[in-house]
Design a protein around this ligand. Sequence first.
Ligand code: IMP
Ligand code: MG
Length: 177
Amino acid sequence: MPNSQDKLVELFSPACIASRLAALAEQINADLAGKRVVAVCVLKGAVFFFSDLVRQLHIKDLQLDFIGLSSYGNGQVSSGQITTTRWLSLDVTGAWVLVVEDIVDTGRSMSRLISQLRTLPIAGLSLCALIDKHERRECALTLDYSCFQVNAGFLVGYGLDYAEKFRHLPGIYELTS
Ligand code: IMP
Ligand code: MG
């Protein structure tokens, strides 16, 4: 559990996140223009990333939905047990689904989610993550959009948690002891 010895080292400041996010939104606006899009926030980690991102999307036919996934328990290593805590509430038939996730690490959570979404009659799917820990990937998975690429370390803040703490911090930090 976090204790008084835990140190937070800033990796990405709020200003840095905002500027990267604006560039990403521009790219998504260009790619998905004219499509009927359902942007899906993967709770809880993507909550701030999602809310900042969708407010910069100028896609006319855009709807928002939420999925809940949990894989960590209270540790820094994924339990490997992925639980779906919430599923889509909108009908996504014929829509382009833009999945917005916090971190893709081993890729197990995303691979499972994508195979579930692909069973639905959707027009297509794009994957967007705040952080791509691509060197730790165990599943073949290509992200369409990512803000930052990070090799290692356990990150918190801007929605990312350790044992449900630190989500509220405005920047992204590495948690070190
Ligand atoms: P994966 O299934 O191994 O790709 O794990 C993905 C999930 O683990 C992410 O959606 C995050 O919620 C969580 N996760 C992975 N790395 C970190 C981290 O550095 N900080 C906080 N959560 C993380
Ligand atoms: Mg998490």
